[in-house]
Design a protein around this ligand. Structure first.
Ligand code: NAD
Length: 329
């Protein structure tokens, strides 16, 4: 009998394991680690053929060297973003694949869920009525109908977000340096989008160009009532500038599923700890901010697709030496 392909899956929780276990082929052996893959843990990849990292693992030069030394044959990211991998350094050392598509609907719908929650003060009403407080004071929202949504990044998720906004009767402005060929999308320059939008939702990847694209200067161009939604990557926003603008009422509200400094906090229960991040704790305390813990992907359909495509990438690589979902370095 041939040896099983040994696969180390990092930063896992029960909800990940359910779908990987369900779909695991007989010739794969999965080992789940709760810890993240980073320079402190790269030794735990010894003896494995494949590593399966997630969004907050850190594949820097030292980790890549460790993977090469430990004779890892494939990095199979179980996410679509790969801003946490030093791709330049990885080039010609190791193959890397990702899950390019698992459920853009999950993320777009979560962005909308956050928008509606904030706008209609559902987060506050929920707490009030549990305390038998049925007062409506302070819960006045505003209609989405007739307002303008600005969508930054019109890839898979951004386009679904646009469709949903149109369903609400919103006008949609879009910005993307690589526009899609769709005459129904009203592309404008970034400044125009920032100036005219009542809601701004980020759906672009984190790159050198997009790092902190929402900052002191770009916030100055926005309406002082704007709701900013980020379900993409935390570092698209300069969180300190966002906090200052919220406190000084220069923007209306923020819905954040991702945060620049989320690595050691998001996905974890920190309720017994004192969080040493004043920006995050202050943001959480504001009535016009809601934060979810990088949860936008978390639907049954997405988790099943993530497991299916990740395991499929590994199978394809070992059986045919091809990698359809390779991240081209
Ligand atoms: P995609 O690759 O289909 O689309 C990204 C779009 O962004 C592309 O159209 C691209 O041209 C555009 N873009 C690139 N640079 C830009 C810039 N400077 N300004 C504006 N647009 C720019 O990606 P997707 O599947 O739609 O995912 C978008 C992002 O969502 C991912 O990069 C990832 O960071 C994030 N994401 C988050 C979660 C979550 O759980 N919160 C889950 C999946 C993906």
């Amino acid at each position: 009998m041939k040896d099983k392909i040994k696969i180390a899956v990092f930063d896992t929780k029960n909800y990940d394991r359910t779908y990987f276990d369900k779909l695991c082929p007989d010739n794969f052996e999965l080992t789940y680690f709760e810890h993240k893959l980073n320079k402190g843990t790269v030794d735990s990849t010894k003896g494995f053929d494949v590593v399966v990292p997630f969004v907050n693992d850190d594949l820097d030069k030292q980790v890549i060297d460790g993977l090469v030394n430990n004779k890892i044959k494939l990095i199979a990211m179980r996410c679509s973003g790969y801003n946490n991998v030093d791709l330049r350094y990885l080039k010609d050392k190791l193959k890397i694949a990702r899950v390019p598509w698992y459920s853009p609907y999950a993320v777009a719908e979560h962005a909308i869920a956050m928008l509606l929650c904030l706008n209609r003060r559902i987060h506050r009403a929920f707490i009030r009525t549990r305390d038998h407080n049925f007062s409506l004071d302070g819960l006045t929202g505003w209609d989405l109908y007739g307002k303008t949504a600005g969508v930054i990044g019109t890839g898979k998720i951004g386009r679904i977000f646009i469709d949903i906004c149109r369903g609400f009767g919103m006008e949609v402005l879009a910005y993307d340096p690589f526009p899609v060929d769709d005459p129904s999308i009203n592309y404008v320059e970034l400044d125009e989008l920032l100036e005219k939008s009542d809601v701004i939702s980020l759906h672009c990847p984190l790159t050198e160009n997009t790092n902190r694209m929402i900052n002191k200067d770009t916030i100055k161009k926005m309406k002082d009532t704007v709701t900013v939604i980020n379900t993409s990557r935390g570092a698209l926003i300069d969180s300190k500038a966002l906090l200052e603008a919220l406190v000084e009422k220069r923007i209306g509200a923020a819905a954040l599923d991702v945060y620049e400094e989320e690595v050691d906090i998001f996905f974890e229960d920190c309720s017994e700890e004192i969080i040493d991040d004043e920006i995050l704790t202050r943001l959480v305390s504001l009535p016009n901010v809601i934060i979810t813990s990088h949860q936008a992907f978390l639907t049954k359909e997405a988790l099943e697709n993530i497991a299916k495509v990740t395991l499929g990438n590994i199978k394809e690589f070992f059986e045919t030496n091809k990698l359809t979902n390779e991240i081209v370095q």
